[in-house]
Design a protein around this ligand. Structure first.
Ligand code: PLP
Length: 447
């Protein structure tokens, strides 16, 4: 396969043919596709036809492309404040790092259980009981290399071509992309400022059809930081039961909330048997690069997730899993400390952003993003982000990267130092004359 790609020039990133002559590519079984029927692909013309159709419906992440441009500017010597990535500026704690080293020294560098090492799954069950009041069996937990892979596997396990999946919009770009990649029909429900960025159960009700298979929730939400209210979650749960829907509850920000107690979608009546909780260590434990996530799934779904693991990553790195146990045990340490720090930054950053002409930002209830309405600047969010990056050296993401209803917004991550956040707003203020002439602040503040 590799040699074949080399021959086609794809290895160098060229857009070109995947095949220069008839016949089946080496290592490819003959099949009904155009490849196997021996058609010719002319260089530079038919790449999209040669790739599986899912590749044309999947999409990347705005954050990653802004990050790439920001890195380019840094290479040219520019100073950039990175507020584009959803990455805590903390690191895994010393005890967790020590545990990883210890596990390696103990020889925990082998293939291990497909669903995850039993000790980690047991600790996760206790952790979810203590922090989320969930009572799940370790057998219902499958460890994955990151929450995104957990989401990918869950959708792959559940979605058939043509199945409709409801998802929050604006939302994490992976929701739409992966639903489409699995051949599903993506049906957005809106998180609108008119509704305090809460899902509207009436809208969801109206969008449920006999083909609706699943619904994705994400509280606290990326990019907005909305923590779904109890009333909204209860109603979504009722709808799920009534219409026999599966709920994929992305709870990756569950520990990062600014007040109140977190309630999982799985805790509502009738939800245990139909909820898949998706979570991971990237945000709550500042372990983005460790690539550790998990799914808590109803028993019939677990073997399907294991089957997907067997067919892809086999198992998650053994020593990382042992180290993750240490992270989970530290309930009162690193995570609450980080969240206290984020709370201070949230207050300061949102207050400062609201001083920028044309910016309107409500306090997020969870996660670490400021979701700023920039409609009053009179320029598009894309143009604004371009000015911020190219002229002010502040990297942020235009809201449309999270769906069309994000078009008038910009997402800033405040998982950056207080000094950086202050400096970022000063820089933004300095370039704000670029749009001040067009600014018409509305009297009524609707976020
Ligand atoms: C809502 C949501 N789900 C999943 C992920 C992916 O997490 P991980 O790094 O564990 O793959 C992110 C990361 O930004 C996210 O915001």
């Amino acid at each position: 396969m590799k040699a074949w790609f080399r021959r086609s020039g794809l290895e160098n990133g060229k857009v070109g043919i995947l095949r220069t002559a008839g016949g089946t590519p080496p290592g490819q079984p003959a099949g009904p596709s155009d490849f196997a029927q021996g058609r010719r692909w002319r260089y530079g013309e038919e790449l999209m036809r040669a790739l599986a159709s899912r590749m044309s419906v999947m999409s990347g992440e705005g954050a990653l492309s802004v990050f790439a441009r920001a890195k380019e500017l840094e290479k040219q010597g520019r100073s950039i404040i990175h507020l584009e990535l959803g990455e805590p500026d903390f690191h895994s704690s010393a005890t967790v790092n020590e545990a990883a080293k210890r596990a390696l020294d103990e020889g925990k560098d082998r293939y291990c259980a497909v669903a995850g090492v039993p000790a980690l799954r047991e600790e996760l069950a206790v952790y979810l009981r203590d922090t989320r009041n969930l009572h799940v069996s370790p057998e219902n937990i499958v460890i994955a290399p990151g929450c995104k892979v957990a989401l990918f596997m869950a959708l792959m396990a559940l979605v058939d071509a043509g199945d409709e999946v409801l998802y929050p919009q604006p939302g994490f770009p992976g929701f739409l992309s992966i639903i489409l990649g699995m051949g599903g029909v993506a049906v957005p429900f809106e998180l609108s400022g008119r509704n305090h960025f809460q899902p509207d159960p009436e809208e969801i009700t109206a969008k449920i059809t006999p083909r609706t298979k699943a619904l994705i929730t994400n509280s606290p939400s990326n990019p907005i930081g909305t923590v779904y209210t109890d009333a909204v979650q209860r109603r979504i749960a009722e709808l799920a039961v009534e219409h026999d829907l599966l709920v994929l509850s992305d709870e990756i920000y569950a520990r990062i909330i600014y007040g109140g107690k977190y309630v999982s979608m799985m805790s509502y009546p009738g939800m245990e048997e139909r909820t898949l909780v998706l979570d991971g260590f990237s945000k709550s434990f500042a372990m983005t690069g460790w690539r550790l996530g998990y799914v808590v799934a109803p028993p019939p779904v677990v073997p399907a997730l294991e089957m997907l693991a067997i067919n892809s990553y086999t198992c998650v790195s053994e020593f990382l899993q042992y180290a993750a146990i240490e992270a989970l045990k530290d309930r009162e340490g690193a995570t609450p400390r980080m969240v206290r720090e984020f709370a201070g930054r949230r207050a300061q950053f949102v207050r400062d952003l609201n001083r920028v002409p044309g910016f309107r930002c409500a306090l997020p209830e969870g996660a670490f993003y400021a979701w700023v309405n920039v409609a009053d600047t009179g320029i598009s969010a894309e143009e604004l982000c371009r000015i911020l990056l190219e002229e002010a050296g502040v990297a942020a993401i235009p809201g449309a990267a999270f769906g069309p209803s994000g078009a008038e917004f910009v997402r800033f991550s405040f998982a950056s130092s207080t000094a950086n956040l202050k400096e970022a707003v000063e820089r933004i203020l300095r370039v704000s004359k670029a749009w001040q002439s067009t600014t018409a602040r509305s009297a009524e503040k609707v976020y």
